[in-house]
Design a protein around this ligand. Structure first.
Ligand code: ADP
Length: 484
């Protein structure tokens, strides 16, 4: 499982819970507001109905001797009547349901009946007026009682609904809290088990590796990202271990390869300084051996120096325009003068093959290829050095009929310190020449290719861009050759 997915899911869950909480709060507060408004309206309805009842009873009480209006209170009666009408209007404005409106209509009708009855009864004898008036008063009071009861019932209903919402809100809050606690706990547990522990293991492994325990590897566990990290660390550790092993092998190889020419030199020096007379021919042979061993030592040390320079990024070319034919001739002549037992042949085109190159470096590459061709083939066998061009490229080839290289070994041929099994048995070397040669050729904007078959021989081909002024029209060609 990936850490990113888990974190996204956890954040999405938290966001969803927060959204649900916020939405419930909004719904709850809106509902509470509506409940409070309904409750307020019901209380107001009760207050107004009771005020109307008080108005009616006051009106009835103020009637002198039940019906006769006292001479000093017409203004109070008018005030009570106006209060009555005002309370009726307020009650109508306060009513929000059709049922309540109907109850108010009913109350208004009965109150009007009472007021009419009062006017009619003003001229009747007291007993008769009382008989006329009391039933209409009771009807009006009963209608107002109905209004009170309706509002009280409304208030109770609203209260019940508010209680239900309260319970729902409690359940919702407890559930959200429980989900948050459970989700947070689960996330913490998961992080501890699958993230922190592998991280700690990895950091422990790194510390151990840093402290020199090179076999330590990080456990590959936890989410995808951490597993990738552990794998990368393990690959890096493997590669470091391999490099260290290669360096040790290299040091052993260098020591071993330095030893052979040094022993030869030691023996030659012992012979020359022995004081015994040495025949001229023997002396010549010894000096030739000394020259060869010194040249080999020189090449090995040169390769080592170049490799270190390349690794340190201190490798510079001093470019000039040179004819590839001259460079190849110089190298081949050196080997021919050195008394090589091989049949070394040089093939050159008639026209110049101009290069913009560091001549010493290109010669170094050719030296390496020719010396390898000689080293890894039988004495007396043929080695061809061919200079040619293809379109914009100069092609310098070295062809031998030697031990050859297998296809698996070809893949790693240009890596530093690589030596094929058969080569190791056949000739000394440190396995740096080809990697240095490739870096030199690539620094010139060219490339180096190899074709080889074990037991048949190898062809190394160096392709370098020709100098602009000399580039031929684009024709692939094998120019007319001169064999030297
Ligand atoms: P060195 O020759 O000092 O070992 P190089 O880098 O020049 O180092 O060559 C690397 C390896 O490539 C050699 O050890 C040898 O195994 C192989 N090799 C190079 N040239 C040839 C060749 N012409 N024929 C067969 N094997 C070769």
């Amino acid at each position: 499982m990936s850490l990113r997915r888990i974190m996204t899911a956890a954040i999405a869950m938290l966001a969803a819970l927060a959204l649900a909480g916020a939405a419930s709060l909004i719904v709850l507060t809106t509902y509470l507001h509506r409940t409070t408004a309904s409750m307020g309206s019901a209380v107001e309805g009760v207050r107004l109905a009771e005020a109307l009842q008080v108005d009616l009873l006051s009106l009835y009480r103020l009637s002198d001797s039940l019906l006769r209006i006292p001479s000093d209170s017409p203004r109070s009666l008018a005030a009570i009547e106006s209060n009555l009408r005002l309370h009726l209007t307020e009650a109508r404005a306060n009513a929000w349901s059709p049922q309540e409106q109907a109850l108010i209509d009913d109350a208004e009708r009965t109150i009007s009946n009472y007021l009419l009855a009062r006017e009619r009864a003003a001229n009747l004898p007291t007993e008769q007026a009382a008989r006329e008036l009391v039933p209409s008063l009771e009807a009006a009071l009963a209608a107002l009682d109905g209004l009170v009861t309706f509002n009280v019932n409304e208030a109770r209903t609203v209260q019940l609904q508010a209680d239900r919402w309260d319970q729902l809100a409690n359940i919702g809050a407890v559930s959200v809290a429980a989900l948050l606690v459970l989700g947070g706990g689960a996330l913490l547990w998961w992080l501890r088990r699958f993230v922190f522990r592998p991280l700690l293991d990895m950091s422990r492994a790194m510390r151990r590796f840093g402290a020199g325990r090179k076999r330590t590897r990080a456990p590959v566990a936890g989410p995808v990202e951490l597993r990738d990290m552990a794998r990368t660390f393990n690959e890096m550790a493997n590669s470091l271990a391999r490099q260290q092993e290669e360096q040790l092998t290299f040091l052993a190889g260098v020591a071993h390869d330095l030893r052979n020419p040094l022993s030869a030199l030691k023996m030659s020096a012992a012979l020359v300084t022995s004081g015994r007379p040495i025949p001229e021919e023997r002396m010549q042979k010894t000096m030739a051996l000394v020259r060869r061993q010194v040249a080999r030592l020189d090449r090995m040390v040169g390769d080592l120096l170049d490799a270190t320079r390349i690794e340190a990024g201190r490798f510079e070319l001093s470019l000039e325009e040179r004819d590839a034919r001259e460079l190849a001739t110089a190298v081949v002549e050196l080997y021919q003068a050195g008394g090589s037992s091989h049949d070394l042949r040089l093939h050159l085109p008639e026209e110049p093959v101009l290069l913009c190159c560091d001549a010493t470096r290109v010669e170094q590459v050719l030296h390496n290829l020719v010396s390898n061709a000689l080293k890894y083939s039988q004495g007396g066998s043929r080695v061809d050095v061919i200079v040619g061009y293809e379109s914009e490229e100069a092609v310098l080839s070295v062809v031998d009929r030697g031990i050859g290289i297998s296809s698996e070994e070809l893949r790693m041929l240009f890596a530093p310190f690589r030596r094929t099994g058969r080569a190791r048995e056949k000739a000394p070397g440190v396995g740096l020449g080809l990697s240095v040669a490739r870096r030199i050729v690539e620094a010139h904007g060219g490339r180096i290719e190899v074709e080889s078959r074990p037991g048949v021989g190898s062809t190394f081909r160096v392709r370098l861009p020709r100098a602009r002024s000399a580039a031929q029209p684009a024709v692939a060609s094998s120019p007319a050759e001169t064999v030297h």
